[in-house]
Design a protein around this ligand. Structure first.
Ligand SMILES: C[S@@+](CC[C@H](N)C(=O)[O-])C[C@H]1O[C@@H](n2cnc3c(N)ncnc32)[C@H](O)[C@@H]1O
Length: 267
C-alpha cells in the first residue's frame, strides 16, 4: 500500500481535517449558481457534483431503477439527483446528508415537486444510521464517500442494508498512488476529503464481499469541471471554496486525480 495514502481510511490521523459538513457545504462555500453555470439549462437539476442530468439519468438506467425500487442516497446534497431519478423512474428513496441546510433544501425540493410521499430526507452522518437488514434495492453515493473517513464500516453497513443481489453505485475521485504527499494533504484539508487510490478502493469493495460489476474512468471530467468552476468564481468574485477548486484543478491537470464510476453488487 502506498505510504501517502495508507492512513486515509483508518481514522487515526489527527492532522486530517474535522469534516464538518455544515460548514464545508454552507451555501457561501458552494453556491448553487456555479453548478447552474456549469450544467446549463435542463442539465442542471440541483446537483452538487461533477455529473450532468443526462449522466445521472443514465445511472438509474445502469442500475435498473423501477417504480417499486427503494433507493438509499448517501450524501444526498441538495436533493437534486435523487428527486430527478424519482421523477424519471418513479422509484422511492431515502436521502441522508450530514449538512442540515442541505437536508432542509432537499425537503423543500421534494415538497415543491410533490415527491414527499416517495422520498424522505434525513439529517445525520450516514455512519451513525442503522437501517434494517435487506431494506434497499439500491444504494447510490454520488461524490460523497470521499468525505467519509471510515469507509470500511460504511461498506459493511451498506452490504447489510442491501437486499440479496442489491447494487451500489459509487461515483468518486481516485488519486494516483504516486501523488506527492503534500498535494494529498492539501487536497484532503481544503476539500474535507480522505483521498484514496483506485487500487485501495478495489480492495475495499472486495474485502466487504462486493463484486464489481461495472467501472468507468473519466479522465478529464474533474479538469473540465474545475476550469469552468474557476471561471465562474472569477466572474462572480467568489473567494470561498476557491483554494479547494484550484487544488482539484492542479491534481487533475497533473494527471494525479480522476473521476470513476463503480457499480458493486451484493453477492
Ligand atoms: C459533493 S456533495 C454531493 C451531493 C449529492 N450526492 C449530489 O450529487 O448532488 C457531497 C455530500 O455528501 C454529504 N456528506 C459528507 N459526509 C457525509 C456523511 N458522513 N454522512 C452523510 N452525508 C455526508 C455532504 O454534506 C454533501 O452534501
Amino acid at each position: 500500500m502506498n505510504d501517502n495514502l495508507s492512513n486515509s481510511n483508518n481514522g487515526n490521523r489527527n492532522s486530517l481535517p474535522n469534516n464538518n459538513m455544515d460548514i464545508f457545504y454552507a451555501q457561501s462555500n458552494h453556491n448553487p449558481e456555479m453548478h447552474k453555470y456549469i450544467f446549463q439549462g435542463s442539465e442542471y437539476i440541483g446537483q452538487l457534483d461533477f455529473w450532468s442530468a443526462t449522466e445521472i439519468k443514465e445511472f438509474g438506467q445502469l442500475l435498473g431503477f423501477e417504480c417499486k425500487s427503494l433507493v438509499l442516497d448517501i450524501g444526498s446534497g441538495l436533493g437534486g439527483p435523487i428527486c430527478y431519478l424519482s421523477r424519471t423512474y418513479g422509484c422511492n428513496a431515502i436521502g441522508v446528508d450530514a449538512c442540515l441546510q442541505n437536508v432542509e433544501i432537499s425537503k423543500e425540493r421534494a415538497r415543491s415537486l410533490k415527491l414527499e410521499q416517495k422520498i424522505s430526507f434525513l439529517f445525520g452522518d450516514i455512519i451513525n444510521f442503522d437501517f434494517e437488514s435487506e431494506k434497499f434495492d439500491f444504494i447510490i453515493s454520488i461524490d460523497s464517500i470521499v468525505h467519509i473517513r471510515n469507509r470500511k464500516k460504511l461498506l459493511e453497513k451498506c452490504y447489510n442494508w442491501l437486499k440479496p443481489n442489491g447494487k451500489f453505485l459509487i461515483a468518486l475521485e481516485c488519486v494516483k498512488k504516486d501523488t506527492p504527499k503534500d498535494l494529498i494533504y492539501r487536497r484532503n484539508k481544503l476539500g474535507a476529503v480522505y483521498c484514496d487510490c483506485y487500487e485501495n478502493y478495489i480492495l475495499l469493495f472486495k474485502d466487504a464481499k462486493f463484486s464489481i460489476i461495472y467501472e468507468k474512468r473519466y479522465v478529464n471530467k474533474r479538469r473540465d469541471f474545475s476550469a469552468s468552476a474557476l471561471q465562474w468564481m472569477d466572474n462572480n468574485g467568489q473567494i470561498n471554496g476557491r483554494e479547494s477548486m484550484e487544488m482539484i484543478k492542479v491534481l487533475s491537470e497533473k494527471g494525479y486525480a480522476e473521476e470513476y464510476l463503480f457499480i458493486i453488487q451484493k453477492n
